[in-house]
Design a protein around this ligand. Sequence first.
Ligand code: ITT
Length: 196
Amino acid sequence: MEIVIASKNRHKIEEISEKLKTLGIESLSLLDFEVTEAPETGSTFLENVYQKSSFYAERLNMPVLSDDSGLVVDALGGLPGVHSSRFAGEGATDEENLKKLVELLKHKGLFESPASFVCFMMVTFPDGKGFWSKGVLKGKVVTEPKGNEGFGYDPIFIPEGDNRTLAEYSMIEKNRISHRGKALEKIVNLLKEKLK
Ligand code: ITT
């Protein structure tokens, strides 16, 4: 079986394809095809992964794995959520997005808020059928960034039960507990069932 990973992010492709290999599944990615980009206009993570994987599965006539993730901050009513990568505007950098979040918290007179990183993954087959998984990492966001590892909002996110930010974790340590790692573990188990 071959699966197309609906991403052009090499780090993401490598992490997912390594895991699929353990099931004997070979993976391709959007880097291997010339295909128009799927719309990503959903108001939820689930809508977005469904949009992406069904779009590519139909066009490429192959099973497709898509993912979508972001940071959900309680004090901001769930923002930035599906807008995480463009919170400070289209094409915004990680630093600009993080700065906007910190400013919004400070504006509310807050130094921290409960928050979660959320990741949804979906596998869709060319007949339109499929399944999805969800991974969550609970913690809090703070207004004082710390650490140099990771990316995105990692410097202001502190996982539950710790006092270090995710940007102070090594990549291996982060992958073990991350929202993406958990969603991947679950989708791989669903694929294993399907292959039985
Ligand atoms: P695609 O091209 O594959 O869609 P992306 O950069 O949009 O890649 P995601 O959908 O996985 O990546 O994540 C959306 C945003 O959520 C991302 O740009 C970060 O701002 C934030 N984010 C997601 N996972 C994160 C993590 O582990 N650490 C820090 N920030 C994260």
